[in-house]
Design a protein around this ligand. Structure first.
Ligand SMILES: *Cc1c(COP(=O)(O)O)cnc(C)c1O
Length: 423
């Protein structure tokens, strides 16, 4: 059996090469691989991936395409559109771990802001744009809180595809819209919010045959799975107790769950880590659904300073529920104030990340305080986007905030004596 598309509840199957994003009954689709077949064909094992030093089109793969066998095994190497995404660092930080009250040997931050366009979206984009090319699509689109459009723009340029991005008016960080414009994609500013843009993209797929590169596209999630594969590889296949990350459209939640489920099925790991998905209080439909035992999802009007997770109607909800069940996961919320405080700590540790990413660290803080995460447990937090994505939030904080971490600049006369005062 080769890979195919399979609806997540009723198991209806469609060919991998069919351009579709939901089953006829509306269910989301998984890319379903024949794990046993692939295991035999390639001799897949922990050692296989630990020792693999493969080349893709003459360059060392690393990152996403290091795991090609589990991402998109049937695509010829020459068709892959890649900017060597992935291979991101797994940081330790004594400053942050001691603030959190965690053992510094057991706390790690995986920095997805160190991807080619500055967010984890590149991991999904390399796979989905490769597929768009393979399926001979002409135009690719997305709704975006910013990072998806930045990533789409760069990859559409590389692949020579027409890119059109829809972004909600007034809600996109300056670094992100700058990238979309600079990489040369058509940028449409919509008088509405992200959820309005997302609805338009789904309609444009049906009515205008525009190929969507949002995380409803199951190939995006195959790429994002490799964040988990890389963590396992970097930790020499030691499973952490917790993996903590922000939740917006819930693509990562879904992808990470699938990665671990597959790793478990392949026998690479013998237990599951627990997920803690962190939402901003003002954009927390997943948290509320979690609290009611996932009996229903109530969409909401989202509001938070963390624009990358300002989403009230997450498209991947059913897959995310499944992921939480697989990992005995939990969902927590944090306030914008808590996000900003955590961000000040992450930034001042010399690591830095955009606001949505720092919801991860704010969430860990809260979960340690509530006793959910124990001080001696191993915790991997995901930083999803680069510090330079949202400079306005940083400037506002350091110029205007009266907190212990605010670090405003000082104006001085051009004299060495004035400089002396500061040394
Ligand atoms: C897209 C994005 C998120 C949200 O991820 P989902 O997979 O949609 O839940 C979080 N942080 C950053 C920086 C993002 O770009």
């Amino acid at each position: 059996m080769t890979s195919l598309l399979k609806s997540i509840d009723s198991g209806k199957e469609y060919p991998l090469n069919e351009v579709r994003f939901t089953a006829d009954n509306g269910e989301l689709l998984d890319v379903q691989h024949d794990l046993e077949g692939l295991k035999k064909q390639f001799g897949l094992s922990k050692e296989y991936f630990s020792q693999k030093r493969a080349l893709l089109n003459g360059q060392p793969t690393g990152g996403v395409w290091h795991f090609k066998e589990l991402v998109l095994p049937s695509i010829p190497d020459q068709e892959v559109v890649s900017k060597q995404e992935g291979n991101t660092r797994l940081y330790r930080s004594k400053k942050i771990s001691s603030w959190l009250g965690l053992n510094s040997d057991k706390f790690f931050l995986k920095h997805e802001g160190e991807n080619p366009t500055g967010s984890f979206k590149d991991r999904g984009m390399t796979v989905a744009i490769t597929m768009a090319k393979h399926l001979q699509q002409k135009a690719v689109t997305c709704a975006s809180t910013g990072n998806t459009s930045a990533s789409l723009a760069a990859y559409a340029s590389e692949a020579d595809l027409t890119g059109i991005v829809l972004i909600p008016k007034g809600n996109v960080a300056v670094g992100k819209i700058s990238q979309a414009l600079a990489y040369g994609t058509k940028t449409l500013v919509v008088n509405g919010d992200f959820d309005d843009c997302m609805r338009m993209i789904r309609e444009a797929q049906e009515k205008l045959s525009a190929y969507p590169l949002n995380s409803i596209n199951p190939f995006r999630l195959e790429g994002q799975k490799t964040i988990i594969w890389e963590i396992l590889l970097q930790r020499n296949w030691q499973v952490p107790d917790w993996i903590v990350f922000p939740g917006g459209n819930l693509g990562n939640t879904s992808a990470f769950g699938k990665a671990l489920h597959e790793a478990h099925q392949l026998g690479f790991i013998d237990r599951m880590p627990r997920f803690a998905v962190i939402q901003a209080e003002g954009a927390s439909p997943f948290y509320k659904a979690y609290k009611n035992g996932f009996t229903s999802l109530k969409t909401e009007k989202a509001d938070t300073i963390a624009t990358a997770i300002k989403i009230g109607d997450p498209v991947n909800y059913p897959k995310a529920v499944r992921a939480l069940k697989w990992t005995n996961g939990i969902v927590e919320t944090v306030t914008d104030e808590e996000i900003l405080e955590a961000k000040a700590r992450v930034d001042a540790a010399g690591i830095g990340a955009e606001p949505a990413s720092c919801a991860t660290v704010a969430g860990i803080k809260k979960l340690i305080a509530s006793g959910e995460i124990k001080p001696n447990e191993t915790v991997v937090g995901i930083l999803t986007g680069n510090i330079l994505k949202d400079p306005q939030v940083i400037v506002d904080y350091h110029f205007n905030k009266k907190t212990e971490h605010a670090n405003p600049p000082h104006e001085i006369k051009a004299s060495i004596n004035e400089l002396k005062n500061f040394l």
